[in-house]
Design a protein around this ligand. Sequence first.
Ligand SMILES: N[C@@H](CCC(=O)N[C@@H](CS)C(=O)NCC(=O)O)C(=O)O
Length: 206
Amino acid sequence: MAGKPKLYYFDGRGKMESIRWLLAAAGVEFEEEFLETREQYEKLLQGGSLLFQQVPMVEIDGMKMVQTRAILSYIAAKYNLYGKDLKERALIDMYVGGTDDLMGFILIFPFLSAEDKEKQHAVIVQKATSRYFPAYEKVLKDHGQDFLVGNSFSWADIHLLEAILMVEEKKSDVLLGFPQLQVPYTNNTLMAGNVINDISKSVVCR
Ligand SMILES: N[C@@H](CCC(=O)N[C@@H](CS)C(=O)NCC(=O)O)C(=O)O
């Protein structure tokens, strides 16, 4: 039997966080090595483990995978969270792409000055409430199902839930105008996956 996947990254959310969420939601236990010293990073580099000299890197099923998107797609497909056919997969890719774009506005936050943080705060809430959340709200309302794609729990739901919680950290009542995204959507999503614990790290890497 294959061992647990091993994640190599900093002790922060950054690009690894969605991988942690996806594994946790799939009910997969994993190990982590946090890169805290230059030597750890150099060792991975010298060992040829980082194809593009970058992390995230995940050891899984005998592979040393890099590139966040490739890692996520592999995990989603492996654990049946990637739709039942090409069209569902395309929809999941579209929805994940949207949440990625929204998360992009948040990931730069820690690198901004106090003044720019205030501006970015407004941008995040504005983008979430005028572009991204209305899109997911409409999808759920139009098909009337509990999950975004194919009436079953998928990577798209997990990624959206992660994005919702990120935006709620900036504005806790941000879902007020989005009844479809509130309970039961968020509850169903959490219940369909294993409730996600211990992935709230605070440092963010761009
Ligand atoms: N496209 C890559 C980008 C990875 C990336 O930018 N990683 C950063 C850390 S968050 C890194 O390793 N930076 C070191 C470098 O680029 O030399 C992915 O999505 O995995």
